[in-house]
Design a protein around this ligand. Structure first.
Ligand code: ZN
Ligand code: ZN
Length: 334
C-alpha cells in the first residue's frame, strides 16, 4: 500500500491509502523524492485556476524508477529522473505548430503528492549524476520560464525588468540574463526574495515601497523605459504596469497565471501607438528536456524555503500562497 493526498475541492484534502501502483505498458513507476508546491496548486485550492476534484495534485516531481512496464528495458530501473507532466506524440497539430507540452495525444503522469507516481517512460527524464534530486524538482517551473524567456527578442544593451521575486520571477530573470539582457532589474516588496535575485543575475533591485518602478527604470536607462518587462505574479494590474514601463517597441511577457476571465486594464491606443508586444507564456513549451542542464548552471542555494511531509501538503500549500518563501517542497517518502 502507498499513501497519497487527494484534493476534494476548495481547501479540503484527505490522506489516503491505496494499492501500490503497477507500471503501465510503456511506462514506469517512480518512487518520489521531492515534489514542489506550485503557484497553480495554490490557485486551484483558491478557485482561481480551473480543476475538477477529486484529484491528486502535484506536478513538479523527481525520484527514482523502481519498476518498468511491458516494452520498457529493465535497465531503466534505478534511473534518477525528473517527471514531465505529460507525454507528446510529436506528430499532431499542437506538437507541430504550437508546442509539445500541448500535445493532443498526451498521456499524463499521475499526481505526485504521493509516495509513487506512474509516468510514460518518455516523461521520466534521466538527470545528470551531479544534479541533486531535490533541485531537479525545479525543472518544471524553470522550464515554463525558459520557454517564456526564449520568446523575447533581446536587443544589444537591453534593459529588462521582472515584477515578482517568487520562483517564477527568479528563473525568468536568470534566463533573460543568460540570453543576453545587459541589465536586469528585480522589483519585489519582500526583502529576502529581492536579495535572492542577486544570485540569479539581477543587476538592480527595486522595492515598490521605495518609489515608483517606472521612474526607477527611467533613472537607470537614460530616461527611457525597459526593453522587456516580465510579470511573474499573476495580477492584471501588474501586467498593465509592465505595458506602461516598457519603451516604444518594448516587449511584455506574461509569466504569472492571471485569473480566468480577467480583462487587460491598459490603454490600447498607447499599446498601438508605441508598438508594444504582449506575449503570454504558459507551460513548458518545447524546452522541458533542455531545462535539466540549464538549472544545473544556476546557483539555487537557499531556494527551498520549506520541506514538508506528505500529510502536511495542505499546510505547505497555504504557506506557499503567503508569498514569504521562495519554493516549498514535499518529501513524500520522508
Ligand atoms: Zn508548476
Ligand atoms: Zn502531439
Amino acid at each position: 500500500m502507498m499513501r497519497l493526498m487527494t484534493w476534494h475541492g476548495g481547501d479540503k484534502f484527505t490522506l489516503d491509502q491505496v494499492p501500490d501502483p503497477v507500471a503501465p505498458p510503456g511506462g514506469v513507476v517512480v518512487k518520489i523524492d521531492t515534489v514542489g508546491v506550485c503557484g497553480t496548486d495554490v490557485h486551484i485550492t483558491q478557485g482561481l485556476f480551473p480543476s475538477t476534484p477529486p484529484k491528486v495534485l502535484g506536478h513538479e516531481g523527481s525520484g527514482i524508477i523502481v519498476e518498468v512496464g511491458e516494452g520498457i528495458d529493465r535497465s531503466r530501473i534505478g534511473d534518477r529522473v525528473v517527471m514531465n507532466g505529460t507525454s507528446h506524440c510529436g506528430v499532431c497539430a499542437a506538437c507541430r505548430t504550437w508546442s509539445i507540452s500541448r500535445c493532443e495525444n498526451a498521456d499524463p503522469t499521475s499526481g505526485m503528492f504521493a509516495q509513487y507516481a506512474t509516468a510514460p517512460s518518455q516523461s521520466a527524464l534521466k538527470i545528470p549524476d551531479e544534479l541533486d534530486l531535490e533541485l531537479a524538482a525545479m525543472t518544471e517551473p524553470a522550464s515554463c520560464c525558459l520557454s517564456g524567456a526564449e520568446m523575447m527578442d533581446i536587443p544589444v544593451g537591453a534593459v529588462g525588468v521582472v515584477i515578482g521575486g517568487g520562483i517564477m520571477g527568479l528563473f525568468t530573470l536568470a534566463f533573460l540574463k543568460r540570453r543576453g539582457v545587459e541589465t536586469m532589474i528585480m522589483s519585489e516588496p519582500v526583502a529576502a526574495r529581492r536579495e535572492m535575485a542577486r544570485q540569479f543575475g539581477a543587476d538592480l533591485l527595486h522595492d515598490p515601497a521605495n518609489g515608483d518602478l517606472i521612474e526607477f527604470v527611467k533613472d537607470h536607462n537614460g530616461g527611457y523605459g525597459a526593453n522587456i518587462a516580465a510579470e511573474a505574479v499573476g495580477k492584471p494590474e501588474l501586467v498593465a504596469r509592465c505595458v506602461e514601463l516598457v519603451r516604444p517597441r518594448g516587449q511584455v511577457l506574461m509569466i504569472g497565471v492571471v485569473p480566468e476571465g480577467a480583462p487587460l486594464p491598459v490603454d490600447l491606443y498607447d499599446m498601438h501607438y508605441r508598438e508594444i508586444t504582449l506575449k503570454g507564456a504558459f507551460g513548458r513549451g518545447n524546452v522541458f528536456a533542455r531545462t535539466i542542464e540549464e538549472i544545473g548552471k544556476l546557483n539555487l542555494d537557499g531556494v527551498i524555503s520549506g520541506r514538508y511531509e506528505l500529510q502536511d501538503v495542505p499546510r505547505a500549500i497555504v504557506d506557499s500562497g503567503e508569498g514569504k518563501g521562495v519554493k516549498f517542497v514535499i518529501k513524500p517518502n520522508g
